[in-house]
Design a protein around this ligand. Structure first.
Ligand code: IMP
Length: 181
């Protein structure tokens, strides 16, 4: 569905801009892992569109797995409490893992997840995120690839939701606060 939706206050990234950036990131990632076998680890549910697009844009063969973690509940403020709702299907010992994430807000979720994956014996753990809110960072995490830095506002679209709505919008926009206030 197109982003020109009445609940969207401001368009931040259009569908075309996402596809252009995905292609650039895919070139860098393919080069980085050219001699290695990489496992793309998508974080459900928000990273589904990004995983679908970036995995197909890569020029190297990859494996894919998924985790579902929760740090938010139904609100719009990060809690820092992470729960695994769905774990990986396979062992990642000695594997090169690339976490594919939709957005980094406080960074708490990925900070926790990165340590968790390293503790399982992954050979390497890197992160690619489509979006990052630099002003919201509560912890420092090493993110190798970022699609777009965005302002510290609650955004939806391209996988990102508010109470499960708006995931199918084709770009990313700021949700009008009147929707949740
Ligand atoms: P963090 O732990 O604060 O970095 O939060 C990461 C998770 O919070 C993301 O994977 C999203 O699921 C969710 N999240 C953070 N900011 C937004 C937003 O602006 N819109 C929708 N979901 C968000």
């Amino acid at each position: 569905m197109q982003l020109n939706h009445p609940d969207i206050q401001e368009v931040l990234v259009t569908a075309d801009q996402i596809q252009e950036r995905v292609a650039e990131l895919a070139t860098e990632i393919s080069e980085f892992y050219k001699d290695k076998e990489v496992l793309l680890l998508g974080i459900l549910k928000g990273a589904v569109p990004f995983m679908a697009d970036i995995s197909r844009a890569l020029s190297i063969p990859v494996l894919q797995d998924w985790m579902a973690v929760s740090s938010y509940g139904s609100g719009t403020v990060s809690s820092g409490v992470v729960r695994i709702l769905k774990d990986l299907d396979a062992d990642i010992k000695d594997r090169h893992v690339l976490i594919v994430e939709d957005i980094i807000d406080s960074g708490l979720t990925l900070s926790w997840l990165t340590s968790n994956l390293k503790a399982r014996g992954a050979a390497s753990v890197e992160i690619v995120t489509l979006l990052r809110k630099p002003e919201a960072a509560k912890v420092r995490i090493a993110v190798r690839w970022v699609g777009f830095d965005i302002p510290n506002a609650f955004v939806v679209g391209y996988g990102l939701d508010y109470n499960e709505h708006y995931r199918s919008l084709d770009g990313v926009g700021i949700l009008s606060p009147s929707v949740y206030e």
